[in-house]
Design a protein. Structure first.
Length: 94
């Protein structure tokens, strides 16, 4: 994983924890000190291995955590959009 800042400097990030598997067509949102990744495709080919998992990355500690949802599991999603509003992540389409 890499970090790129507004001064055009980048560096590798030594992330800890349970990172998401490589994927394409996912969504990522920023919220507070976190980046949240949801869904996508494990194969990088639309529809081949759709995912419905979610992970958060705590930026200050460079730590990944797999999120556990309550209730029914969300449907698999690819090519979707997501936004955080009032502390909730909304996923649209896909």
């Amino acid at each position: 994983m890499g970090l790129f800042n507004h001064e055009n400097a980048n560096r590798a990030v030594d992330a800890q924890g349970e990172a998401p598997t490589p994927r394409a067509f996912h969504s990522m949102v920023g919220w507070s000190d976190y980046m949240i990744v949801f869904g996508g495709s494990a194969s990088g080919i639309f529809g081949e291995q759709p995912l419905n998992d979610a992970y958060r990355f705590h930026v200050p500690t460079s730590t990944w955590t797999k999120l556990v949802t309550s209730g029914a599991a969300p449907r698999t999603r690819e090519y979707h959009s997501a936004v955080v509003l009032d502390g909730h992540m909304y996923v649209y389409a896909g």
